[in-house]
Every structure is written in structure tokens, then in C-alpha cells.
Write a protein that binds this ligand. Structure first.
Ligand code: UGA
Length: 436
């Protein structure tokens, strides 16, 4: 530990290794460096390592570039090898936990990271805590990470502690969420390991909840499943409100004012996408089924979400008839605003169906075009909303980009002014929404 006595408040800086330089690992590592810790990010991809060391984030994340530029090659380094673990006081595992085809979680990266960490901890002379940050099914830290690390290191739990510390970072707002969390959850195998984790967060102001390992793992799944449930609930109410001629946004504003419910994550629309909610709810379903439970509510949360994009096409066909040969403009490709991430974006099933039906699909997004080009290389992309809208027979809005609220005259370029919103974002009057 490094104690900086020059600062009025006594700050204890730690040597941290973060395994995984994806959005969670990179944001976590960079923010810990910003808090004064000495951080090494261990990442297999040498291109990412070099970018991080040059202060150039390989992903877009608001505020990350500035923090990385400030801390790279000073408090923060990246490396392809695990050597830094041999002098670390804390090691975070932040590798991917992708879904298998049946919805359950592929833990192979967690397993191989644990073995590599264990091998390097052999050389570590001090007590070290291995912390799982990745989203993993309950029991993973205890039954996969712990034995793999202990076996590979040849050490005991007197020398290595284990903890699970879920992240609650939203893409696009991850730096802000890290530095100003609603809560910090620390699950640990024993108080000593948990105390070390609490120490690393001491410069942040947030309630800290200490639990066992499995409860911390479950808190992450339950949180994401609940947020996804709020969205599917709003969408179900929204679909009904549309039939009854009621404004679902007025309804949900009234519902959200109840302190027991809260106003956030009640925006009805085209459904949830991204790398977390669809994957984590499916993983929870699969976990429940593996122990003989039938998670009826979670099945419905996913079913509502799958149906929402189809509704966009149904509304479109009601308005313009068959889409074959018609120019359909898609505004928004990212799974939400402020990111270039298109994983499980609700725009994907919509574009796929339109292409299958023979529509001439054209698209605009402020950030996500290069990523969507990989999925749909043949549709036409435009650098401006006006370009996509010019001559269009209809327009579908798929992402809640704030800049879309300023689009107005550009809609006059359309051949026919049929505009359908999958996100309530436009300010123009008389627009039809997916559930409004
Ligand atoms: C989500 C959680 O919000 C984070 O707390 C969590 O850490 C993260 O997953 C994760 O597990 O790593 P994220 O997927 O980045 O974060 O994005 P959100 O802002 O939660 O949005 C998810 C999706 O829900 C987006 O497609 C968004 O458009 C949609 N959404 C969100 C709605 O349809 N309605 C809403 O009211 C809110």
C-alpha cells in the first residue's frame, strides 16, 4: 500500500490489476487510477493494450478519453501478460461472460483468467484479494474461481481472499456511474477480504452493502431483471394504452411519482437491447430452469421484448401497405443513445424484417454506422438524418438520441410524411409512436 501523507485526508492507494480491457474493465481501471490507485489492465488483445497505453480508449464512453489521457502511462498501464498480478494487492476479473445458444452463461474466460491469476499469485509475497466484477451466476466465485486460483497458486485462503463486487455501470454513462454510484455491493468469503475491497472504494461516497459471495452475484442478476421487467411492464401498458387512446407517458409519469415505484426505466418503446438485459434475463431464466423452477414472469419479460420490434413493422404496414420496393429510413441504430454499441439493438430485427420483405432500407445514426455496417453491409448509410430522410416513403425512429428531438424541416424532404417512433424523442407534432 502507498500512503500519501501530502494530502490532508489520509488516502491509501493500492496496487490493482484488472483482467479484461472491455468496457467494464477499462472504465473500472481508469476510474481507480483517477482515484489515485496504481492500476494495470491485463488484456489479451495487443492492439487494445497499445491504444490504452497511448491514452486512446478502444471504445467510446463519455468522459473516458479525458481520464485515460490523464492517467495512461502514469497511474494506469496495460499489458498482455499477467506479471503485474505478482505484486498486486487486489485483482479484479472483468472478462466477458457471453451467452451460450441455450441462454446459459459461458464461463470459459472466467475459468482461464482464474488459472492465469493463480499462476502469477504464486510469486506474490503478500495477501491479495481476487474480486469477480463480471456478471456471473451465483456460486461461480465460490465453485469455479476460488478452486482454480487456489490450485494454480498452491496457496491457501490465508494468503488469497475472494470477493464478488458487481458493476452497475450503464454504457454511455459508465464513468459517471462509477464515480457516483447508488451503492457499492461487496460479497466476500470472509471479512478480511471484504475489508480490502471496501478500502479500495474509500474515496467514493455511497452506501456499501456487505454480503456473502452468492448474494452479491444474485444482486446483479436481480437488479438487471427488475429493470428489464419495468421496461416490459411499461411496454405492455403502452401497447394497451395505444389501443385505448391513452398517452402511456402521462400514465407512467403518474405511476412513477409513487415513491415505491420511482420514475426511472418506465419509458415505453421498442424494448430493451444492449449487452446486458437480454443476456442477463436469459441467464436467469436458464438458471431457474436448471433448478426446476419455471420463471413465468421473466419468460414474459423476454416475450414482450421480442414482440415490440415486430409491432413497428405492423404499424408501418398499416400505414403504407406492403413495404416491398419502398424507401424506409431508419433513424438510430445503436441500442440506446450515447453509444456506438449495436448489440441486441432493437433496430436489428426491424431492419432484418424490412430487408426480407424487399424494402429499400436507408439509415442514419450519429455513432453506430460502422458497427451496423458489419451486420448489414448492403443497406445504404447516410452521414446526416436529412440524407436518409430525402425521398423516404416512411421513417422509423429506433434510438433515443437527443439530437433527434431537433429534427424538423428534414422530415419535409420525405416523399410521404409517415413517421413512426420506437422511442419517444421527436418534438414534431402528430407523430405516431409504437405505443402512443
Ligand atoms: C444496464 C444497467 O442499466 C446497468 O446498471 C448495468 O450495469 C448494465 O446493464 C450491465 O449489466 O452491465 P445498459 O445495458 O448499458 O445498462 O443500458 P441501459 O441504460 O440500462 O438501457 C438498456 C436498454 O433499455 C436500452 O436499449 C434502452 O433503450 C432501454 N430502455 C431503458 C427502455 O426501453 N426504457 C427505459 O425506460 C430505459
Amino acid at each position: 500500500m502507498i500512503i500519501d501523507r501530502k494530502i490532508k485526508v489520509l488516502r491509501i492507494y493500492m496496487k490493482i490489476s484488472v483482467v479484461g480491457g472491455g468496457y467494464v474493465g477499462l472504465v473500472t481501471g481508469t476510474c481507480f487510477a483517477e482515484l489515485g490507485h496504481e492500476v494495470t489492465i491485463i488484456e489479451v488483445d495487443p492492439v487494445k493494450v497499445s491504444a490504452i497505453n497511448h491514452g486512446d480508449p478502444p471504445i467510446y464512453e463519455a468522459g473516458l478519453k479525458d481520464l485515460l489521457k490523464k492517467n495512461a502511462e502514469r497511474k494506469l498501464r496495460a499489458s498482455t501478460g499477467y506479471e503485474p498480478v505478482s505484486s498486486a494487492e487486489i485483482v479484479f476479473i472483468a472478462v466477458g461472460t457471453p451467452p451460450k445458444p441455450d441462454g446459459s452463461v459461458n464461463l470459459s474466460y472466467i475459468e482461464s483468467a482464474s488459472v492465469s491469476i493463480g499462476r502469477s499469485l504464486k510469486e506474490n509475497p503478500s495477501y491479495c484479494v481476487v474480486i469477480v466484477k463480471s456478471t456471473v451466476p451465483p456460486g461461480t466465485t465460490e465453485t469455479i474461481v476460488r478452486p482454480a486460483v487456489l490450485q494454480a497458486s498452491g496457496k491457501t485462503e490465508n494468503e488469497i481472499g475472494f470477493a464478488m463486487n458487481p458493476e452497475f455501470l450503464r454504457e454511455g454513462r459508465a464513468v459517471e456511474d462509477f464515480l457516483h454510484p447508488d451503492r457499492i455491493v461487496i460479497g466476500s468469503s470472509n471479512p478480511r477480504a471484504g475489508d480490502r475491497v471496501a478500502e479500495v472504494y474509500r474515496n467514493l461516497t455511497a452506501p456499501v452493502l456487505r454480503t456473502g459471495l452468492t448474494a452479491a452475484e444474485m444482486i446483479k442478476y436481480a437488479s438487471n431483471a427488475f429493470l428489464a421487467t419495468k421496461i416490459s411492464f411499461s411496454n405492455e401498458i403502452g401497447n394497451l394504452c395505444k389501443k385505448l387512446g391513452i398517452d402511456v407517458y402521462e400514465v407512467m409519469t403518474g405511476v412513477g411519482l409513487d415513491a415505491r415505484i420511482g420514475p426511472l426505466f418506465l419509458n415505453a418503446g421498442a424494448g430493451f437491447g444492449g449487452s446486458c438485459f437480454p443476456k442477463d434475463v436469459s441467464a436467469l431464466v436458464s438458471l431457474a430452469e436448471s433448478v426446476g423452477e419455471d420463471p413465468t414472469l421473466l419468460h414474459s419479460v423476454l416475450a414482450v421484448n421480442e414482440q415490440q420490434p415486430c409491432r413497428m413493422i405492423q404499424i408501418l404496414e398499416t400505414r403504407i401497405g406492403a413495404v416491398n420496393g419502398k424507401r424506409i429510413a431508419i433513424l438510430g441504430l445503436a441500442f440506446k443513445d450515447n453509444t456506438d454499441d449495436i448489440r441486441d439493438s432493437r433496430a436489428i430485427p426491424v431492419i432484418r424484417e424490412l430487408v426480407q420483405k424487399g424494402a429499400n432500407v436507408v439509415a442514419y445514426d450519429p455513432m453506430a454506422i460502422p458497427n451496423m455496417r458489419q451486420v448489414f453491409p448492403t443497406i445504404e448509410y447516410y452521414e446526416t438524418a436529412a440524407g436518409a430522410l430525402a425521398g423516404a416513403d416512411a421513417c422509423l425512429v429506433m434510438t433515443e438520441w437527443p439530437e433527434f428531438s431537433k429534427i424538423d424541416k428534414e422530415f419535409d424532404l420525405m416523399a410521404h410524411p409517415v413517421i413512426i417512433e420506437g422511442r419517444r424523442i421527436l418534438s414534431r407534432k402528430g407523430i405516431e409512436g409504437i405505443c402512443w
